[in-house]
Every structure is written in structure tokens, then in C-alpha cells.
Design a protein around this ligand. Sequence first.
Ligand code: ADP
Ligand code: TRP
Length: 337
Amino acid sequence: MSRPRVLSGVQPTGALHLGNWLGAIRNWVELQESHETFFCVVDLHAITTPHNPGKLASETLSTAALYMACGIDPSKSTIFVQSHIPAHSELCWILNCVTPLNWLERMIQFKEKAIKQGDNVSVGLLDYPVLMAADILLYDADFVPVGEDQKQHLELARNIAQQRINSRFKEVEKDLLKIPKPMIIKNGSRVMSLSDGLKKMSKSDDNDNSRINLLDPPELICKKIKRAKTDSYIGLEFGNPLRPEAENLLGMYAILSGKSNAVAQQECLEMGWGKFKPLLNDAATSALKPIQEKYKELMENRDHLNLVLKNGRIKAEQTAQKNLTRIRNALGFLPEK
Ligand code: ADP
Ligand code: TRP
């Protein structure tokens, strides 16, 4: 029997941070053992806000290396670059033509990012979730492991597939598109900023001290944790709505040290911030050390990285092309002869 299929991706914009790892990539690593897994570096998404052409290629390669450094194994998973497979853009166009504009205008991430862009909002930024739907639907993915913030985009992909494609074209082919399900990890699905426990940790925050990047050296991690926002209570605890920073940093500590929430809370229940922060620092530094070492090693062998991405492209393209042809035929395009 074939294994259920998983697809996910991260944008190669800036450095990946603890949120990306704990909320998404960490989950991918386990799924490799039980699922057929496709992981792409979504570089076409990275140009939906102004980007630096001098950095796009190197950030794409470095994101792929980080996937592998975090434990994505090219002998188990297909790792590829979104823009290397034109079928993503082509299916995006087809889906654009059936997606109501007001579905996109409702997207929270669009509204948040659009505010930051001022007058300069591109059509691409609005269309971002349709391209994401194309990424997923092109591979008949059963599951999409992402952080909490992507849930609304997943819901949109499901609605496009169900209401705008499957029900409209059911006479031609039943269940033309597979309806994907989100897969959201219980702990870590929403890692918050170090400078504000109510704001998501994000690559796009202008303040680098608000996040721990996976490649930050130990001194920098230490500095960022020292500066992290605290409160005036003594003792770390979960579940107190007045203490978002305690919730976030204690949660981070639990995952990074491999302890359950209950054990971590028990350990830190009477601990002041001054004693807790060095603990968190040790946990973060030791968890990131093997990733940083593996990353360095991978980046020293670009030929190998490029080969992994080439093999990934060849494999992903077979599935993508087959499905795109099926969709084109169902929609009535003149077949190529
Ligand atoms: P960012 O929001 O920092 O730009 P991306 O949008 O590229 O990051 O997100 C890549 C993946 O990481 C997605 O699955 C997303 O849900 C997850 N993710 C991003 N930020 C966080 C966070 N703070 N906590 C948990 N998961 C996150
Ligand atoms: N929009 C996702 C994010 O910002 C990235 C993404 C693009 C993605 N295409 C995808 C995630 C397909 C999962 C599946 O995190």
C-alpha cells in the first residue's frame, strides 16, 4: 500500500528561526518515516514582497541546507525548489481563474503584510495563498504540516479544491483534486516573539532580537535571551493569560530540553527569571549546535547540495506534470500532440 503523502515548504527569505523549526520542520523529520514526503523551498513566494536578487539564490540553497541540517534526509524525502518546476505557476494561474477575489482579501496574513507595504502591495502578495494551494494540490498531498499561522491558507486551499474545482468539474472527473488536511503540531505551533509574548516570532520582524535564528552563534543567542521580555512575577508557569512571556519561554524550554510541559513547569515553578534564562540559553544552544555543525558541513559541499536539488526536481516533476496534465484535460484544454 502506498504511504499517505505530505508536502510542505518554507520561504527562503532571511534566516530560519526557532518558530520555523519547532512549528514546522521538526514535524517534517518524523513524518519521513511513515509518509511519502515532499519538501520544497518556496522561492516564488519569496518575491511577493520586495526581494534582493543578489541574495535569492544563495538563500534558496541555504534554506535547503537547513532542511537537511534539521534532519530532512534526501534518501527519504524529495527536496526541491518551487521555481524549478513551472507546473506550480501554471496551476496557480488555473486556480486564479476560479478563486473569488474576496476569499483572498479576507486572508489575515495578506492584511498584515499589506499594511507593512503601504502603497506598494503587489498582486502577487494577494495571490500568495493561491500559489500555496497550487503547491499542495499539484502533488495530491494528504497532509500539510505547518504552523498555526498557515491554517487559514490551508482552509482556502481546501475550499478552492472542493468548491471551485471538484464540484464544478465532477461530470468530467470525480474528485479531480485531493482535499488536503492541515497537520499542526501540539507544542510549538505558535512560537512567540522574544520581545512581545503576544506577537508571533517571524522572519519579517524588523527587530532581530525578537527571534532566535537557527544559525545564531551561542554568544548572540545568549544576548537575545538576556534581553528577552519578562514580567515581574517569580516562578515560570503555563496557563496564566496575564503572562504570555512566561508561557512562551517556558514552552520553548520544554521543547528544546526534551521535557514534557509538566516536568518543565515543575522544575521552574519557583525559579526567578535570573535563574531561568541561563537554563533556557543552555537548552537552546545545545539543541542548535548539531544543526549548525551539519549546516556548515553541507554548505562546504555545494555540488552535493545542487545534486540533491536536481534529483528532487526530477522526482517532483514527474508527479507534478502528471497531475497538471490530468487537470488541464479535465478543464478542456487542447492536448499537446
Ligand atoms: P515567517 O512567518 O517567519 O516568515 P514562514 O512564513 O516562511 O515564516 O513560515 C514557514 C513555516 O514555519 C510555516 O509552516 C509556518 O507556519 C511556520 N512558522 C512560522 N513562524 C512560526 C512561529 N512563530 N511559530 C510556529 N511556527 C511558525
Ligand atoms: N505560506 C507558507 C508559509 O509562509 C509557505 C508555503 C508555501 C507552504 N507553499 C506551501 C507551506 C505549501 C506548506 C505547503 O509558511
